[in-house]
Design a protein around this ligand. Structure first.
Ligand code: ATP
Ligand code: MG
Length: 399
């Protein structure tokens, strides 16, 4: 092997060298970008059988053939040489919109906002946020997912490449840039469609770290309500979407505090593991300190329509995990949802590896394994939808 000719003392890594490296790396990345972006679209939504469409609409599957002849319902397509009728996601959502008995958002109610939070990295925040978003669209909802994690994991799940494809102006970042009088007034500029009908996204990328530089600067100015910037910026979107979900970074960052304050409800997924449990406790401590300090120093008071804890990635065969599960239930009592998401190999196999359980509609060869996790998500999504309906849309209304 040839010996390296690089003399570590010959080339110091000065700031100008760093700037030069960043520039040239950007140029190379720009060149690669068009190649990386192919093939398009990188992700496709699944197709559904008549029985699945019937289940989503809450009707008898036997009704599908004659209902398919109705002019106002898409008739689907016939797969292969068999007679099997299948429906695209767009068609399926049209059926749900027309036939499902799930109550629609009342006309005078605004969309609900939910922040998915936890301190601990890898505590299934993104998986939970994305599945919730997809699951809600299958109940007829129009959903916006706002990625607030500069790692851009939720963005990646839509098939985009955050570092290559997502520019600063595609994120919520610019609404925090000084001077605020010149910053965009709302985040509508950043909304993008995704491969999934009914689900739009505001993506994230490493540039979003800039917001974590500017927000603390604003926090020193007594004339700026730094905690309310995101809340204000999403305001017009509350009429366009039934539900807006924030996926946050594993920290109580300035953006995460903004997301929490912009949210009607909080959702904390916790895998029953010692460390995840301990970080969940640390999160509530810090959040209570932060909100108490805001109340004292700036007179801002926040209350939430709901808070839910989701037991996720639960390994039912592990004794240790059943002990931690008990601690979680003892700590969070009535806030814990009565459904849990099992640890599942489905999430790390084949098509789901870079996606979610909802990205496939069946799992060849292991239908039961798929049904177990899919049913758990369906129930979780239904419970969250109920929370939105009862505590945000119909709050204070008599039935
Ligand atoms: N039910 C499940 N069974 C098995 N693995 C799962 C399950 N849910 C999520 N995972 C896996 O757990 C890992 C962490 O999940 P995820 O990225 O959603 O966590 P996160 O809290 O968003 O992480 P970060 O803090 O880095 O943003 C991922 O590899 C994901 O595929
Ligand atoms: Mg994440």
């Amino acid at each position: 092997m040839a010996e390296s000719t690089l003399d570590p003392h010959a080339q110091r890594f000065s700031l100008s060298a760093l700037v030069e490296l960043a520039d040239s790396a950007n140029n190379i990345l720009d060149g690669l970008r068009s190649k990386m972006l192919e093939p398009h679209p990188r992700k496709r939504s699944p197709v559904y059988t008549g029985a699945q469409v019937a289940a989503l609409c809450g009707i008898d599957p036997k009704q599908i053939p004659y209902l398919s002849k109705r002019d106002d319902l898409p008739s689907g397509s016939h797969e292969g040489n068999g007679k099997r009728r299948t429906f695209s996601l767009v068609e399926t959502r049209e059926w749900v919109a027309k036939l499902s008995k799930i109550p629609k958002r009342p006309e005078n109610s605004r969309g609900a906002t939910i922040a998915v939070v936890n301190f601990k990295g890898g505590s299934t925040k993104t998986t939970t946020a994305f599945n919730l978003a997809q699951g809600l669209t299958l109940r007829g909802r129009k959903v916006l997912l706002i990625d607030l994690d500069p790692q851009g994991s939720a963005t990646t799940l839509t098939g985009m490449l955050p570092a290559a494809e997502v520019m600063e102006e595609h994120t919520v970042g610019p609404v925090t840039y000084p001077p605020l009088s010149e910053a965009p007034k709302d985040v509508r500029y950043a909304v993008q469609k995704t491969y999934w009908d009914g689900l739009d996204i505001i993506p994230a990328a490493p540039h979003l770290f800039n917001a974590e530089i500017f927000l603390p600067i604003h926090s020193r100015d007594p004339d700026i309500k730094w905690w309310d910037i995101l809340n204000k910026a999403i305001d017009p979107l509350r009429d366009e979407y039934d539900v807006i979900i924030f996926d946050t970074a594993p920290a109580l960052s300035y953006l995460a505090v903004n997301a929490v304050i912009a949210s009607d409800g909080l959702l904390m997924p916790i895998p029953p593991d010692n460390l995840d449990y301990a970080s969940s406790v640390a999160f509530w401590n810090l959040l209570s300190e932060t909100l108490t300090a805001l109340k004292r120093s700036r007179g801002y008071d926040k209350d939430f329509a709901f808070m839910r804890v989701l037991l996720s990635r639960v390994d039912s065969t592990s004794f240790a995990s059943s002990i931690v599960k008990d601690w979680i239930i003892r700590t969070y009592g009535p806030y814990v949802l009565t459904v849990e998401i099992p640890r599942s190999q489905v999430t790390s196999v084949g098509a789901v590896q870079f996606g979610t359980v909802y990205d496939i509609s069946r799992y060849e060869g292991a239908a039961k394994t798929y049904a177990k996790i899919r049913d758990a998500y369906d129930l979780f999504v239904e419970m969250m939808d109920q929370s939105v309906m009862s505590t945000v849309w119909n709050a204070g209304r008599t039935a």
